[in-house]
Design a protein around this ligand. Sequence first.
Ligand code: SF4
Length: 325
Amino acid sequence: MPGPIYSFGDYLKQHFEMRVHKVTVNADFSCPNRDGSKGHGGCIYCNNVSFNPNAERKAPDIAAQIETGRKIVKKRTGAVKVLAYFQAYSNTYASVERLRFLYEQALRCPDVVGLVIGTRPDCVAEEVLDLLASYQQRGYEVWLEYGLQSAHDETLHRINRGHTFAEYCDTVVATREWGLKVCTHLILGLPGEDRSMMLETLTRTQEVGTDGVKLHPLHVVRHTMLAHEWRKGGIELLTQPEYVSLVCDMLERMPASWVVHRLTGTASEDILLAPEWCAGKWAVINAIYAEMNRRGCSQGSAIEESGQIPLAYGPGKQLHRALCC
Ligand code: SF4
């Protein structure tokens, strides 16, 4: 582990020995928790526009999206290769024929070395895992990102997730049996949860097994059920210091081998209602590194001791990375 946190960037550098970056594509998927097959209205915090600016428009051609994104990330980061990131809504929610058509459009694009597929854990058929495993066997990098958010069924019910922790467990076990990598999304500060519940989610996630994690603070964006509840005064949100402290508690306790794909989530100012600190990410990330330095801890150090932590990040182009599946 090169730094105090084993980031997705570190993983990609080690794995590819060159700069690799994600390019987000919108394949115009829907979500079973919105169209009625699992539920209506979606998760209480979900305004899908908040994590993909293309989500309201008709999806353009996958190859065209990747070509545009590839040029941008190459110029901005110097990336040599890219991963196609299917992010908006539930990106396994279609027939396997349709999925093959979409995924293979991406894989045929120049410089694409793999796929990152964001989806719900109750929305992945065995034949889809088989398809994705076949890409991995051909040498592509493949990650499944599953939204879990909490391991507590009462919380999942409270936020209208439409699935249980047991469904997440079954899917993660099956996915890893196919040899595919799993990144688990967790939200800190969900209604009704205290620190011990959040840490219990981490422990249960560890017991099931995962390869990576994305951490987000609960934040309120316009046009969501959460916004309605928040306006009525029924929602208490974490302060930035509370979030930073919780993230560090989790990092200390998670295996050093887990790839940390994200440390915080943001939303653009035009849709973010609260908390204000979720409008930016660098202050949060720097505060997390500073707190780890102050504690003298690193990822997994509560499990195994390790060394000093540099303050490694500075301001850059603001990218909004918000809650998703
Ligand atoms: S967060 Fe994901 S699972 Fe929940 S409603 Fe939105 S798209 Fe569907």
